[in-house]
Design a binder for this molecule. Sequence first.
Ligand code: ARG
Length: 290
Amino acid sequence: MTRNPATAPGVLVRRATLVASTAVVVLAVVAVSLVGFGGRSSAVTTGGTGDDPGGAGSDGVAQARIVGGERTSTADEPWVVYLTDASGFQFCGGTLVAPTKVVTAAHCTASAPDRKIFAVVGRDDKSSKAGRSVAVTKTWVSPSFTAVGSGLDVSVLTLGESVPNATLPLATASDTALYGPGTAARIYGWGATSENGTASRYLLGATVPIREDSYCKSSASSFDPTLLTCAGFDTGGVDTCQGDSGGPLVAGGKLIGITSFGDGCARAGKPGYYTRVGANSALIEKQIAS
Ligand code: ARG
């Protein structure tokens, strides 16, 4: 991270403006903090780069500006990856689950089966060359997937070379407790920081509560609890968004979900929907082992 201007490149020419720019940054931070404390929905409208520090919500969940997220690092979450096409364009997220295997969403890979895909590991900043970009050599798409919201939205990618980064274990069928309402789950991605907003340059993370099936059902009539779970606050404000699909939903140190869909992003009463990994882990593990 280069948030401290003194450690950033170009510090010599920037020194003269440092005092003035620091004052502006301090004022901006104070303003954002005040707005942030006002309510969760404010996080949607402030959008931004994700560099803003967060305030604590009324329920004590830290948040700032995914939507409502804060900067996080692949140094701490080494299994969070993003997917690009041959031009380097980031279009989805994913999770490293074995040295040569990445779990992502079927809707990330099924629409363009001939597209060359690369998985980028160990790179927080999409504009940097940190970590590595590895070509995907095989793509498996869940056979039951037909469209978002219909069938199991999961895909397993095989990498052309193995990577040394730590992997994340999948939740299993016995991990039902992790899907209990109120479980604090983490979401990660480089997607949009507001509905219709632009993608984040940096990896962002946020915490959202897992919701009861009746709540998930109320805002998506097609909700099938054997295939999906949902997460989000009543008031919205914190959510995955476009470009985060395929990325991880994590609880208890395990991959419990895969970002799949939502109605807009971070809207009140509109949770995010995640492919349910636990109940479907046998099918996914079989592909990871293949
Ligand atoms: N389908 C989106 C994607 O391809 C993910 C949307 C998630 N939306 C939400 N509100 N949780 O990136």
